[in-house]
Design a protein around this ligand. Sequence first.
Ligand code: HEC
Length: 118
Amino acid sequence: MKSVFIVAMAMLFGTALLIPSIPVYAEEDGAALFKKQKCYKCHGKEAQGSKDQGPQLKGGKFMKENSDEEIKKVILNGRVGKDKKYKEYKKKMPKFEGKLNDQELGTLIKFLKEEPAP
Ligand code: HEC
């Protein structure tokens, strides 16, 4: 009887531990993708923007004013040739078509739409 109680407690405790870790995971995934795809090289480690390289994403105007669909388009198609919008950045936004699936795009966009850490 005692062991049943212990097992039940362990399961309860285990579940309690799992639940709060789910949103943390989602956040980490966005940050991990940002790193893995090397977005940080042009947009800054915290997506805060990097002088001459790439515009601010996290907390920036573009992320606030555009729908997920619009943001997806920019990431997939990049901004090459005449699509380039800003003159102050030497680099170009490369195409990520075929490099990110829809779920990864969603995770990345969610991460970029969060407010930056103070
Ligand atoms: C080689 C450098 C480089 C890399 C790598 C890069 N970007 Fe960019 N990105 C840019 C530049 C430069 C611009 C601005 C382009 C322009 O002038 O229109 C830009 C623009 C953007 C924009 C539009 C922002 C705005 O204000 O119009 C988004 C969103 C974006 N990038 C997301 C990403 C994501 C997400 C990744 C990684 C998957 C990434 N970028 C990787 C250089 C880069």
